[in-house]
Design a protein around this ligand. Structure first.
Ligand code: GLP
Length: 278
């Protein structure tokens, strides 16, 4: 198994260069998705060991699958106690029950929850079948606050720059809410709905303001399908048209890319941000 080390204990001139462009401090480029899974799973294990009652913000999607798989492997091997942690998932499809095989609740069970000794009463996801969705969204926000807010938020990113299901144009001050999914997002996510199943038209998502209130954020983007949006993110001002540009305003965020997702960033930049495989 390859381990990864940061090549960067930076040279003085690089430290100077980076300090004058804080956006660069956020970006880290790894050889591949496996190297990112290694890094993120180690981070999770360290954080949970230091603070067993940590509040995690959890994401779904193909990007997170290798991360959860590696985390489960290592947590089992180390007999990590996860029973005191609390988690809040970013989002859930409206109209899918927790038992529906395509719900994010089922995704979380399959990839993470069923493998370790979590306390099920501390694992929160929005309820896609809530009778009053607006009220449920408010209650989800309130619950997050009552639990002290998110310590560490994991994020993937949609090809249009959405985080959670906050589609382009979502106000940065939004709280947990119901969203109509864009055609692009429904098309991208249709790969998880094989057969005749139709991607739901709406979802409940944590809002932009709640994501930004997380004390620390790790956003992961892997594969060439994310290369264009990453190049746009890099070149763009902070704008609601590209939701995850707001992360440029967060004090403790890391954006972890594999080489494919970083492939459209300027060449010299890629070189300087590379995390070496050891
Ligand atoms: C979905 C989720 C997002 C996720 C995004 C990217 O839309 N709501 O939280 O970040 O997909 O998914 P993937 O990792 O499959 O590319």
């Amino acid at each position: 198994m390859r381990s990864t080390v940061l090549r960067s204990a930076p040279f003085p001139q690089r430290a100077f260069f980076f300090a004058h462009n804080p956006t660069l401090l956020m970006l880290h480029i790894f050889p591949d998705a496996a190297a990112i899974a290694e890094h993120v799973s180690t981070t999770l294990i360290e954080k949970i060991s230091i603070k067993p009652e940590i509040v995690l913000g959890l994401a779904t999607g193909g990007t997170m699958e290798p991360i959860y798989a590696r985390f489960v492997e290592k947590a089992l091997r180390r007999r990590l106690d996860v029973s005191a942690l609390t988690s809040f998932n970013l989002d859930e499809y409206v109209g899918l029950s927790a038992g529906h095989p395509k719900s994010y609740c089922a995704y979380m069970r399959q990839h993470l929850f069923q493998h370790l000794d979590f306390d099920a009463s501390r694992l929160y996801l929005p309820d896609g079948l809530a009778h009053d969705l607006d009220r449920h969204s408010q209650e989800y926000s309130t619950k997050m606050q009552q639990c002290g807010g998110i310590d560490l938020q994991l994020l993937g990113v949609g090809a249009n720059g959405h985080i959670g299901f906050n589609e382009p144009g979502t106000p940065f001050d939004s709280c947990c809410h119901v969203v109509q999914l864009s055609d692009r997002t429904r098309m991208d996510n249709s790969r998880f709905f094989e057969g005749n199943a139709i991607v739901p038209a709406s979802a409940i998502t944590m809002g932009m303001s709640e994501i930004m209130r997380a004390r620390e954020i790790l956003l992961v983007a892997t594969g060439e399908g994310k290369a264009e949006i990453m190049a746009e993110w890099y070149a763009s001002e902070v704008t609601e048209a590209i939701p995850f540009t707001v992360l440029k305003r967060h004090a403790r965020v890391k954006i972890l890319l594999d080489e494919a997702a970083a492939s459209l960033l300027p060449g010299s930049l890629r070189e300087s941000l590379m995390v070496a495989a050891a």
